[in-house]
Design a protein around this ligand. Structure first.
Ligand SMILES: [Fe+2]
Ligand SMILES: [Fe+2]
Length: 357
């Protein structure tokens, strides 16, 4: 069954942090992302909800964090996200990131040549695995643009662990310290999100039928050579849309489930153009037999929630109205913003929260 509803890609990803100040320092100061909204979790107003993104917070560039100071540590597994990759323009800029992160005491692995892009790996202070991936060369290095995802491709041995010169890779870095995030280093939002499933076929059917994504690459995990690694994305006329690649590691039959908590992704949100499309989407998902939440007003977008067959919590969020709805675009992230129905409790809420710089 096919659907005419096709998402343009990711809207945002929401992760769990133990300490909002530490998260703000890491993503804001070290990674140079803009804070586009400082608010509270609408379902739990005693806790911060921080939004990072590019200027204005365009869909596809948004990373959000629930602060859960009392939560236990999460872990990836089936039904969870393994890592979040952020885009960078060039391999040279990627090396500057390696130098900047290493000098800040962050353990960095790579850059590894994945064929389609180069990848640098590290973790945030909560343990969320992050990657910085180069924009190119792209998915057409081993298949034509029109035929993406048609064949199961075995990566060449030089990209596998046994073919890599680990010492040379470890030594590769930018020659000078990188004290500030220069314009060439600017992180370009969500490059891909890699999750873990225990049924690649069921998960693939879900992403295709529920969200209208297309299978654009079938290959193997290049760190073990045997786990299947499939990529889905918004793909039209031979072009893979930016901010749209959902990749899955296939742990067939595994019962090693993801554990919710700090350092784990809470949910992944995909884009709907507007409320009308979202209503149609909700009907479509319900028609597929999925358990879908009512439409929730999140001030900056409207949301519905449902789960992938492996348990991953997914959301569809509207592009609008956007983050300018309660703050001027040039002042995004400066004030603590509350929805109208929480404004009467502002004093109480502000007193309960640790002030952020
Ligand atoms: Fe990745
Ligand atoms: Fe969300």
């Amino acid at each position: 069954m096919t659907t005419t509803l096709k998402t343009a890609g990711f809207h945002h990803i929401t992760m769990v942090s133990k300490d909002a100040r530490r998260t703000l320092d890491f993503y804001g100061n070290l990674l140079g992302l803009g804070l586009v909204k400082k608010t509270v979790n609408f379902d739990d107003p005693g806790a911060y909800h921080l939004y990072f993104g590019d200027d204005g917070g365009r869909p596809g560039t948004i990373l959000t964090f629930f602060e859960w100071p009392n939560a236990g540590k999460g872990h990836w597994g089936v039904g969870g996200v393994h890592h979040l990759a952020l885009g960078v323009a060039t391999p040279e800029a990627q090396l500057k990131w390696k130098r900047r992160l290493t000098d800040a005491g962050v353990k960095v692995t790579g850059p590894l040549d994945r064929g389609y892009f180069k990848s640098l790996y590290f973790a945030d202070p909560d343990g969320q695995v992050l990657e910085i991936a180069t924009a190119g060369p792209g998915y057409t290095v081993d298949e034509s643009a029109e035929m993406l995802g048609n064949e199961l491709l075995v990566p060449p041995s030089e990209r596998m662990p046994e073919g890599r010169d680990e010492a040379t890779i470890a030594a590769l870095t930018h020659p000078e310290p990188v004290g500030e995030v220069t314009p060439d280093m600017r992180l370009q939002g969500i490059h891909h999100i890699s999750a873990i499933t225990n049924d690649l076929t069921a998960a693939g059917d879900f992403y295709e039928e529920a969200l209208g994504l297309d299978l654009v690459k079938k290959t193997y995990n290049q760190d073990d050579g045997k786990t299947k690694h499939y990529f889905w994305a918004a793909y039209e006329s031979g072009i893979v849309a930016p901010h749209s690649a959902m990749t899955l590691f296939g742990w067939e039959g595994s019962d090693y489930m993801a554990r919710q908590g700090t350092g784990q992704t809470h949910h992944v949100a995909f884009r709907a153009a507007d409320r009308g499309q979202q209503d149609a989407w909700r009907d479509h998902l319900v028609g597929m037999g999925l358990n879908v939440s009512p439409v929730m007003d999140r001030s900056y977008f409207e949301s519905i929630y449902f789960r992938a067959p492996d348990g991953l919590l997914c959301e569809i969020a509207t592009d609008g109205p956007g983050f300018g709805v309660d703050e001027a675009i040039e002042e995004l992230g400066e004030g603590l913003m509350l929805p109208a129905w929480l404004e009467p409790r502002r004093d109480e809420i502000e007193h309960a929260l640790v002030a952020l710089p």
